[in-house]
Design a protein around this ligand. Structure first.
Ligand SMILES: [Zn+2]
Ligand SMILES: [Zn+2]
Length: 540
């Protein structure tokens, strides 16, 4: 056993006693029974308990006592304090004494006025059913919630690196947490493919990159698992695969830490100077508990490394994507899916949401009916905005709902959702008061040059908005225009640069649509498909 494995093994040894096991392997992603635990989220008694909870005023007062709501004027917290904040919030979530209120007009109005200085940037997984805000019972604006398939960082030029650099450099955030989760459908699927020696995705898919990244995780997990004789030999039973995926969840969070350090000189510098702390943790759905795993065991070495970005695996030239769609999946058509989201948002706006906040205890693998790419600073969980049960939506979040690289983790997550879960609607969701976009618009108005990958991409959108609206337009109008243009730009990038999604769109199976969440009113404005979609699909 190599040194890194022994270090990881000793780290995980401490965990063993407290971790739960995954559910017995179900029939697979295409058929999942969630009916038995419906009561966890939407039952009448949980609604009643909401009614008997303290009034919004009492809760706001409690929040203020806890730690003033005016986060906008605060300096970002010291990493050690952020860790305690997250631990305390998670304790409240586990005990069912969460303080944060999300379906509440008062809080919604309050958070609109807050400027963004998030204390923690958290990278979670898209198929984790509890929103990150709920898991840490965080107050609005406390955290930037990033999400992709498998809480990964698969490309140095992808949006996770760009988002985290933006969050630490521009917003001053000092704590980055990579959060895996025990019942991860993405890793379970990767373990199944690995065991069957299946190749998922062709050379042209971004999904191939995710698969490549996860297969190295699973190789390490298999080595670890066999070293503690969890799994014997080459023939793996269904039970072995579940054990293997549990191990893979642990290896994967450390791999993401490693890749972030390897890929970003900015993050390395900030960690080296003590400005930023980079830690891993795992969320256990059954208990609701987050196990904090600390920093990477080889962080010192990784900080010294200047490893060049690994080459991107490509085998171009395939006629079409080779991956089969899931069988027997009854996923609603795009039109139906939009209608479901529209009705849910209307309930949210009217204050008659049917779905309560996430609670510990849900352990089925998610079975989403659509995918939504939203911004990390939207300050409300996407499930809440659409009044959906956790797990109904495959949520991806990064800074500015962008797609900065064709082979990055957002593209591969979108492909994963369309090809593994069979979702037929991909919604790109922008929002008003977006820190990323307002910053770009301000810089554009002041004629400042943009540095940083994300700022450059958003700077282009800001310039386009300024060109469209002409002289003498205020920051608010310009920003709203830029928010919409940015949604359209992301839609176009997805259709132009993802071969599988383009093919699914051409055949009418999948639709890419846009929307803007108006934070002031809670309303979602649906923008429909790309106006020039036909052209884009033809000449891509
Ligand atoms: Zn997952
Ligand atoms: Zn935003």
């Amino acid at each position: 056993m190599s040194w890194v494995f022994s270090k990881l093994a000793s780290k995980f040894g401490e965990l063993r006693s407290s971790t739960s096991t995954l559910p017995s392997p179900g029939p697979g992603l295409e058929h999942l029974d969630v009916s038995d635990d419906e009561s966890d989220y939407g039952s009448e008694d949980s609604l009643t308990s909401t009614d008997t909870s303290p009034s919004s005023d009492a809760r706001s007062a409690a929040d203020a006592v806890l730690r003033g709501l005016d986060v906008g004027t605060e300096e970002p917290m010291h990493p050690a304090d952020v860790l305690s904040l997250l631990q305390e919030g998670n304790d409240r979530f586990v005990k069912g004494t969460s303080l944060a209120v999300r379906r509440n007009d008062v809080v919604r109005r309050e958070i609109v006025d807050l400027s963004q200085s998030p204390h923690a940037a958290i990278v979670g997984c898209s198929d984790c059913q509890a929103p990150l805000e709920s898991i840490f019972d965080s107050l609005p604006g406390d955290i930037f919630a990033f999400k992709n398939a498998g809480n990964t960082c698969i490309h140095a030029n992808g949006s996770m690196v760009a988002s985290l650099e933006f969050c630490t450099e521009e917003l001053g955030c000092r704590f980055i947490l990579v959060l895996g989760h025990r019942h991860c459908g993405v890793l379970l699927d990767a373990c199944k493919s690995h065991a069957a020696k299946q190749k998922s995705g062709c050379g042209d898919c971004a999904l191939n990159g995710l698969q490549h990244d996860l297969s190295s995780v699973i190789d390490q997990a298999a080595e670890l698992a066999s070293s503690v004789s969890l799994i014997s030999g080459d023939r793996r039973s269904a039970d072995d695969i579940v054990k293997l995926s549990e191990r893979a969840v642990e290896v994967n969070v450390f791999q993401t830490l490693e890749l972030l350090l390897r890929f970003s000189e900015t993050i390395r510098q900030n960690v080296r100077s003590g400005q930023v702390e980079l830690q891993a943790a795992i969320f256990d759905e059954a208990s609701g508990k987050v196990e904090f795993l600390g920093t990477h065991p080889m962080q010192e070495e990784l900080l010294e490394s200047s490893t060049p970005v690994p080459p991107w695996p490509t085998e171009k030239g395939k006629a079409s994507c080779c991956m089969p769609l899931p069988k027997n999946c009854e996923v609603p058509a795009p039109k139906e899916a939009i209608e479901t989201l529209r009705l849910g948002n209307a309930r949210y706006v009217a204050g008659v949401s049917e779905n309560t906040q996430a609670k510990p205890g849900r352990t089925a693998i998610a079975n989403p009916f659509c995918s939504v790419l939203a911004c990390a600073d939207v300050r409300v969980p996407v499930d809440t905005v659409f009044d959906m049960k956790p797990g109904d939506i495959f949520v991806m979040r990064n800074a500015g709902n962008t797609c900065t690289h064709a082979a990055g983790s957002i593209m591969s997550s979108l492909e994963f959702s369309a090809m593994k879960f069979g979702v037929r609607l991909i919604l790109i969701l922008g929002h008003t008061q977006c820190a990323s976009i307002t910053g770009a618009v301000r810089a554009c108005m002041a004629g400042q040059a943009q540095s940083g990958r994300l700022s450059r991409s958003l700077g282009k959108v800001a310039q386009e908005a300024a060109d469209q609206l002409g002289e003498g337009v205020g920051l608010a109008r310009l920003s709203l225009c830029a928010v919409k243009l940015n949604v359209l730009q992301t839609m176009e990038i997805v259709l132009r640069h993802s071969r599988p999604i383009r093919e699914l769109a051409q055949s009418g199976r999948v639709q890419v649509q846009g929307a803007v969440y108006h934070m002031e009113s809670g309303c979602v404005e649906f923008l429909g498909p790309l106006p020039n979609e036909t052209e884009v699909l033809v000449d891509a």
